[in-house]
Every structure is written in structure tokens, then in C-alpha cells.
Design a protein around this ligand. Structure first.
Ligand code: SAM
Length: 280
């Protein structure tokens, strides 16, 4: 199936994020970190904050849950953690790059559905369907109905992700379903919310860290490379800059000149854990 340009660039972004994160900062996961009081918001502590995020989710898995479908499992590190804790875990992973890593990591212990969540075909029913920062990528009109079809009656849906609080959403970070639209959709479904935990404050520092990396590392590195290319191939550089002028201007506006702060994120977005139970 032909994939949209936006989908491809998002997936390539996740791949680059995973390679850099793992190679430079020992990060196993693609989700935000959960910054507990006392943990300094520093990129070198991000792996600790990501582990805190995993612990937080694990602490909210109901005791009777044995089987889980991990939707948008990323590089599979969290699924593996759950397998090691004794859960039966299957994964949904729509990207080729991540599929290979996940299959190697999980071996025969899990079935990996190599497609989008919307396209999963199976007769299996799970005790819990889990979206760990992947809910926002799936259209609201499909995601809840699909989750219902995969969860046993009395089973659970756990969502840990951010949502938009306001419309228009002028946040420095894109993404997230509109909270009110999500709640309205849920109301017409067989799920009822049994836990709703707001972790916006503990996740907002991720944006300050990201901002530091882009402003103080990424852009200066690009500037240094630009100087080098200019000294050797000035005309080629001029041509490239002209050809991609709109994209360059957009990136500069997004990463250099916008208000990319945790405070801005916390104003426009709300990061929540929703544990929902299928009542019918
Ligand atoms: C921010 S990452 C989170 C990954 C992982 N859950 C974690 O916590 O590290 C979002 C994930 O959602 C996946 N994703 C995007 N669109 C999807 C879809 N339609 N169905 C299933 N997964 C999707 C991406 O491939 C990516 O792995």
C-alpha cells in the first residue's frame, strides 16, 4: 500500500530517533520520560526517566491481566519487559525497520502483526490492549472500535499519551487527539474510564531537553557542516539552499524561533494515562 509522505517522514524520524537515542544515550524506548521529583531534567538522565515511565504503566496494569496486545510497540523494549514479567504479549508494528528489531528481541514468545493497528486480522482476544504513546497516530474513528474487537468482555484498554486541550492548538509540539473528541467517542463505546491520571507536569521537561538538543547541538553542528561545504563547494551549497529554501525556513521556524518549551507543551497539551474497562 502506498504510504503518505507524512507517514513516511514520521517513521523515518522515529528510526533516526531510535538510532541516535540508543547509540548516544542508551535509550531503549521511543516514548517520553517521566520526570519524578528530584531527577534532574538532563538528556543523560532520559534513560532513567523512560524507565520510570515503564514502571508507571506497569503499576497500572490490573492484576487479572495476563495477555496484552502492545500497539505501536516501537523497538519492542517495553514488550520484552512485559514478557519477562510473565505476560503473554503480542505486538503491532507497522514499520519494517522496527519489525526486524522486535522479532529478534521477542523471538517466538510473541506474535508480531506487521501492519497498522487498523489492519490487524486475528481471532485472538486479549485481556488488555495497550497504547504506549501510539494512540495519537491512529484515527479516532477506527481506533476504539478496533480495540473493542480485540479485547475480551471485562477486559481493558490502557492509553498513555498526550492530547490537545485547546482548539486552535498552537503548541510547539504537533500531535495528539483532541481530548473532548476522544472523551465523546469513548462515551459511545463499550469502554468506561476507571482511571485517569494526569502526568503532564512530569512529561513536559522532555520538551525542554529536546529544545536544548536542537538549538544547542543540532543547529550548531549543521552550521559547522555548512561552513565546511561552503569552503569547498560554494555553488553546490547555494543551489541546495535555494532548492530547499521553504523546508529550511519551516525547520528554522519550528526548531529555532518557536516557543518550544515544557511550559508551552503543558499549556496546550495534557499527557494522560487512561485505564478503561470494557463493560459490555
Ligand atoms: C512514539 S512511538 C512509541 C513506541 C513504543 N510504544 C514505546 O513506548 O517506545 C509510536 C509508535 O507508534 C507506531 N505507529 C504509528 N502509527 C501506527 C498505526 N497506525 N498502528 C500501529 N502503530 C503505529 C510507530 O511505528 C511507533 O512505533
Amino acid at each position: 500500500m502506498k504510504q503518505s509522505k507524512r507517514h513516511v517522514s514520521r517513521e523515518v524520524g522515529l528510526e533516526i530517533g531510535h538510532l541516535l537515542g540508543k547509540g548516544l544515550f542508551r535509550l531503549d524506548h521511543l516514548h517520553y520520560g517521566l520526570w519524578k521529583k528530584g531527577l534532574e531534567p538532563d538528556v543523560l538522565n532520559l534513560h532513567i526517566a523512560q524507565e520510570e515511565y515503564c514502571k508507571f504503566i506497569i503499576a497500572h496494569i490490573p492484576a487479572e491481566v495476563k495477555s496484552i496486545i502492545d500497539v505501536g510497540c516501537g523497538a519492542g523494549a517495553f514488550s520484552k519487559k512485559l514478557v519477562d514479567l510473565g505476560y503473554n504479549v503480542d505486538c503491532v508494528c507497522p514499520t519494517e525497520y522496527q519489525n526486524k528489531i522486535v522479532e529478534e528481541l521477542l523471538g517466538d514468545s510473541s506474535e508480531v502483526f506487521k501492519c497498522k493497528f487498523e489492519d490487524v486480522q486475528t481471532d485472538k482476544k486479549y485481556d488488555m490492549v495497550m497504547f504506549c504513546e501510539s494512540f495519537q497516530y491512529i484515527k479516532l474513528e477506527y481506533v476504539i472500535d478496533k480495540a473493542v474487537s480485540l479485547v475480551k468482555p471485562g477486559g481493558y484498554m490502557l492509553i498513555c499519551d498526550f492530547f490537545k486541550k485547546y482548539s486552535p492548538d498552537l503548541c510547539c509540539v504537533r500531535g495528539g487527539h483532541k481530548l473532548d473528541k476522544f472523551e465523546a467517542t469513548l462515551e459511545t463505546s463499550p469502554f468506561e474510564i476507571i482511571e485517569d491520571v494526569d502526568i503532564t507536569e512530569q512529561t513536559a521537561p522532555n520538551i525542554d531537553i529536546l529544545n536544548h538538543i536542537t538549538q544547542d547541538v543540532m543547529f550548531p553542528v549543521i552550521g559547522a557542516v555548512e561552513k565546511l561545504v561552503h569552503s569547498r563547494h560554494p555553488l553546490v551549497l547555494k543551489l541546495i539552499k535555494w532548492k530547499y529554501r521553504k523546508k529550511i525556513a519551516k525547520a528554522e521556524q519550528k526548531y529555532l524561533h518557536s516557543n518550544r518549551t515544557g511550559e508551552d507543551f503543558a499549556y496546550y497539551k495534557t499527557y494522560r494515562l487512561f485505564l478503561c474497562r470494557r463493560t459490555k
